[in-house]
Design a protein around this ligand. Structure first.
Ligand code: LFR
Length: 467
């Protein structure tokens, strides 16, 4: 049996259980199990099937036996903002409602009746996104008060999955910050804010830092699996884990997947009026810094186009088709209309019609419009980052699955006139593993982690073509 560490990384469309091995200063990854994830339409809400996700995690752990891997610890990361509530018997009493559900329509306005936009930003440093946990909870306060009153424990999705593994309840820091209910300077729940919104502060647990052992497997899981292991909190927000893997010390990053999260790492939160104006966020990072970044709509738009086309084209084919298209149209990718439209193709076409631009018809044209529009948004965001942090950056690191889109990578290098480096592709799982190695002392610093990542994974370089 070979000892390993397990990272569970669940995104909006798939989840993976990945085994990590440290060998001669390098990190080696083996995918143990991959499974589908999707938003499901319930009676009244879009939701994530968290029971199924937990089953898949257990199936992944079981596969280790066949592969002769002996896991020493496990950590889970997922997307942010979504949560479940438990009652006094620690039983789940809500669905894991998905953030693209329309229950948050109008809720930001409701919350802002109790607190000024500037004050909320100053306290939390978190960007205004209509789907943040604060608005989801407020919607429950207005429409599902009974369930909310019954709730004794608030858990984000990875907290809940860690609870199912270990029986221990924690609220992990990086993901907690995405709720817009944590005080940026204190790194704890903003009880005053929570009380002012007439929510119950006692359902939030004291916040636990990442890279900390939560516990060990429950007795029943130990029996079922035939072994025990530690359950360790990584940066449970997938973006927090991904940013740990940015290979360069001082560069702009884009964590590219369903979302494009573009920003830099800072020691202090920047919650100035200008940062609010550009709607930047200061999410809590692994190791005590802040991820100063902006959510850009990301590959969600092309994933939706692909879905509407009944998956007749692969992502790689769409990238090739985009290269051959000539359509010049551009959409504002950050318009809320693209968050959860019924039909992404029609939404893009209507937008182009409304703005008197050429209407994309073919898959290649649609792909080009999306990719060019993303690059335009990245370029604007670079200018905002440099302005807000009062600093010029030489390069951009694109990490995550979306870093394989050669069309976007080259175009961004050309438009920004900066070096673009891409990889590692598995940034999130790597960051998750690094946090577990840090908890166990086999890696001591983030710098050590970065040099190990540089030695272990391919980083590609896109040079800008002279203008
Ligand atoms: C990326 C991500 C983003 C978050 C969005 C919604 O997967 O976690 O960081 O803003 O999903 O949770």
């Amino acid at each position: 049996m070979q000892k390993c560490t397990l990272a569970v990384d669940i995104g909006a469309s798939s989840g993976r259980v990945i085994a990590g091995f440290l060998k001669d200063g390098k990190l080696i990854l083996e995918e143990v199990h991959r499974f589908k994830n999707e938003m499901k339409q319930g009676e009244s809400h879009l939701y994530w099937d968290v029971d199924l996700l937990f089953k898949e995690i257990v199936s992944g752990i079981k596969k280790c036996n066949t592969l002769k891997f002996l896991p020493q610890s496990i950590g889970i990361d997922t997307w942010a903002v979504d949560f479940v509530l438990l009652d006094k018997n620690k039983q789940r009493i809500t669905d894991a409602v998905a953030y693209r559900d329309n229950r948050t329509d109008g809720m930001m306005e409701e919350v802002l009746r109790h607190i000024k936009k500037e004050e909320l930003y100053e306290r939390t440093g978190i960007q205004y996104q209509k789907f943040n946990t604060i608005y989801q909870l407020y919607s429950m306060k207005l429409h599902e008060k009974k369930v909310l009153d019954e709730a004794k424990y608030f858990l984000m999705i990875p907290d809940y999955l860690h609870y199912r593994l270990s029986g221990i309840l924690v609220n992990e820091y990086t993901n907690a910050t995405s709720t817009q209910l944590v005080k940026a300077d204190e790194r704890q729940w903003d009880e005053e804010l929570i009380t002012r919104l007439d929510l119950n502060p006692s359902m939030f647990l004291p916040i636990t830092e990442p890279c900390v052992t939560i516990g060990r497997l429950t007795e029943s899981l130990k029996k079922e699996l035939g072994f025990d292991m530690e359950v360790i909190a990584p940066g449970t927000h997938d973006t927090a884990s991904a940013v740990v893997s940015v290979p360069a010390e001082d560069s702009i990053y884009i964590s590219s997947g369903t979302w494009s999260l573009m920003g830099v790492e800072n020691d202090q939160a920047i919650n100035s009026e200008e940062a609010l104006l550009y709607n930047f966020t200061n999410e809590g990072g692994v190791g005590g810094n802040f991820r100063f970044l902006k959510n850009i709509m990301g590959l969600w738009m092309i994933q939706e186009v692909k879905r509407v086309l009944n998956d007749s084209h692969s992502h790689e084919e769409l990238v090739e088709l985009a290269k051959g298209a000539t359509i010049p149209s551009i959409v504002n990718v950050n318009d809320d209309r693209f968050l959860s439209p019924k039909n992404m193709i029609e939404e893009i076409q209507v937008y182009c019609k409304e703005t008197n631009q050429v209407i994309p018809e073919t898959p290649g044209e649609l792909a080009k419009v999306i990719f060019d529009s993303l690059v335009k948004s990245y370029h604007e965001t670079i200018n905002q980052i440099e302005r807000l942090s009062n600093k010029k950056y030489e390069s951009i690191n694109i990490i995550g699955g979306g870093s394989q889109n050669a069309y976007i990578n080259q175009k961004l290098a050309d438009v920004s006139q900066k070096d673009v480096y891409t990889g590692p592709i598995e940034a999130t799982a790597i960051g998750n593993l690094v946090a577990q190695f840090m908890a166990k002392g086999s890696i001591s610093t983030k710098q050590e982690a970065k040099s190990m990542i540089q030695q272990s994974f391919e980083i590609k370089h896109y040079k800008s073509k002279a203008l």
